[in-house]
Ligand binder design. Structure first.
Ligand code: GLN
Length: 186
């Protein structure tokens, strides 16, 4: 669990519930931990702040190495922005360029700063209630990216091999179906 900033504790609790006794969650704040992890979660928060910490500590480089060697990554909201290949607007940080998508920050505008939506998700037999908070959206993607859920013509849940990117906050609802996909990837 990348734990520099954002809604880290909610993510830790949700992942611990999803894991049961099958494993444990460790907080990553410096180099040396990522190489021992079987999966990596990048929580939501503020993408500029998270990216600066990733660059300053070297953890960003470790995540790139792990992702390229096939370690599963779940990146949500700001985390999704951080792992994307391209960001529509100019930013003061370099994304990790792992997920072959183009993201737009705050894509739903300030009028809809925060909202919930029932998503029709590929592979789920009932809708998934998703919480969006100043959420990004995926406005472009490469062929190797599978779209799991959309809102209008934008993607809000995607998977590219070992990488899962979610524009919403799966840690804030009791529904752990995305966590289960992630744990199945491990
Ligand atoms: N808008 C935030 C950003 O650009 C992301 C919001 C979130 O993670 N809830 O970093």
């Amino acid at each position: 669990m990348v734990a520099f900033q954002g809604d880290v504790s909610e993510h830790v609790h949700a992942m611990e519930r999803a894991l049961g006794s099958e494993g444990s969650v460790v907080a990553v704040r410096s180099m040396g931990t990522v190489p021992d992890c079987d999966g990596i979660v990048l929580p939501g928060g503020e993408s500029t702040t998270i990216s600066r910490h990733l660059a300053r500590t070297g953890v960003g480089d470790e995540i790139q190495v792990a992702a390229r060697s096939g370690v599963p990554i779940m990146a949500t909201c700001a985390g999704l922005i951080v792992i994307s290949k391209e960001i529509v607007e100019e930013t003061r940080f370099e994304p990790l360029r792992l997920l072959n998508v183009r993201v737009m920050r705050n894509a739903f505008g300030s009028q809809r700063e925060s909202f919930e939506a029932d998503l029709k998700v590929e592979g789920f037999d009932s809708p998934y209630r998703a919480v969006f908070i100043r959420a990004p959206a995926i406005v472009g993607w490469h062929d190797d990216v599978d779209i799991l859920a959309r809102i209008e013509d934008m993607a809000v849940a995607v998977r590219q091999e070992n990488l899962m990117g979610l524009a919403f906050h799966p840690e804030l609802t009791g529904d752990l179906r995305f966590h289960e996909i992630f744990l199945d990837m491990i």
